[in-house]
Ligand binder design. Sequence first.
Ligand SMILES: [Fe+2]
Length: 595
Amino acid sequence: MKVLGVVAKTHDSGIALVDDGVPELIFEEERFNRVKKTKKFPKQSLAAARADFELSIADVDVITTPWDVRQLRRTASRLLMRRFPLSLSLLLPSAHDSQQNQIMVLNSYLRHGLSKSFECTTLPPIVNVGHHDSHAAVFFVSPFEEALVLVMDGYGDDSSSSAYLGRGTRLERNWSTEIMNSLGLVYTFVTQHLGFAGFGDEGKVMALAAFGSSTYVNRFRDVIRSTADGSYAVDMSYFSYDTFGQLRPFSRKFLDTFGHARRPDEPLTDRHRDLAFALQTVTEEVILNRVRSLLKQYPVRDLCMSGGVALNCVANAKVLEATDVRRVWVPPCASDTGAPFGSALWHTHQTLGLPRRFELTHPYYGRAYKDEEIVRALEAEGLRYHRLPTAQLLRRVAKDLADGKIIGWFQDRFEMGPRALGNRSILADPRRTEMRDELNDRVKKREPFRPFAPVVLAEKASEYFEVSQADPFMTLAPRVRTDKQGVIPAAVHVDGTGRIQTIDRAANAKYYGLIEEFARLTGVPVLLNTSFNRKEPIVAAPKDAIACYLLSGIDVLVLGDYYTTDRRGRAEEAQAVPAAALGAQATAIAPASQN
Ligand SMILES: [Fe+2]
């Protein structure tokens, strides 16, 4: 049973091809069209699937999409009627930037786009899967036979938060909230209020929160109230997003209580930090209250979390630390980046009842690029490079890292989801306190308060972090052990936490091998890992990686087994490594042409 999941017209458009519940590819369109969180039809993803996997429409049994359009229409008309005629402004495209109006005729739109992409007139049936059902369906590729599943996002087609009980190939929804009673939307709108981009920059507010104090916490508990039955209630007297959407999300009461919105260029003050702190604190309280209540209700101790709110790794770590949950599992594509995959999984297991035979243990289901493509891209820029045997490459790069160099690391298939997890990463030495500023000044150009994440060999994780389980997808932010905070200072956030990724050899032998080499040289089995990009989407193709390298202060670029420090005769050329220094086995290759 081959299912093609497709998202279009809402943020994070993309595709997933799933065969009997096993993913073959998961592509986000933004990686190809280079527009963050794009809503465009995923035609480049489909073209890549056709080119790399020889995907033909004849091979696809069913097409799924993670929106129940009928339900969505019912929800939309109810919302319009509720505050009519003021709510008519909800129809304006700028009132719901993350979702285009064509979502209401999604299936026709998909039919049109797919027919064009596959150059065919007949398509397999298109099946609409509920939005939260699609998020929840990641349970089917989790390590659990039985688990609680908590889904929280901005909104789905009928709700903004849902809970399920998952058993084998069955998921049963046992709780949901009204669509505008949305923890996710409140987080997003407060993110905007603080001068960042909603639907994308929520992680910045999570990081900023660590610098705040409790000034507004009690007042914010009035904004979102945890209820005794394990649910929560957003006090809509603070908001008007149910009437005006993004055009005017807050009421006068919110502005009077928490102050005016910050312009993006305005300096951050204690007021902003304290509001971020209050939002994060109350978000954690709401999630903990929900989880504790579910644990009381069901004798199950494992928990899957999905939906955009599950990207809040600080809250996820609190769940593990402060409740009776035994294990937390969050997929790398918890946001809508995982919705095409989830819709295909729901159809496969829940609807058709096919047995589960797959566990998601790594995130590398993106596109890979052949050596010829890497060489062509390097030569197109006129860069000198060397091809090194893998073992030698790992030793060389580990030494560079230990010497304080910043590495652009590009390998094999790119990751699904919003985080770079070792195949499209920028890597650096976590032992150097100054490395955070260097990464920011020379490469990332991002807000100085944001932390850089540590990646650690799985078997060493508990030596460095207060964590009792693996976290291969960077979904938890546990405390760094006190005695290790001085060892990896660049990886420790101001609140003493680190957003870890644990890595084992089976998931990514080359990445693991590199950290192992670094540990052999330095005694520290940890690296700093940040996504391979600056402001644009994470790089996909070699040419994207080369462009990012040339525009930034990355010292060394590694594409597959190809190693370069050449910068086309710019000032940094002095950093180029002579072939002799790379060892006798290195193959030095001159470019075909120099620019
Ligand atoms: Fe969602």
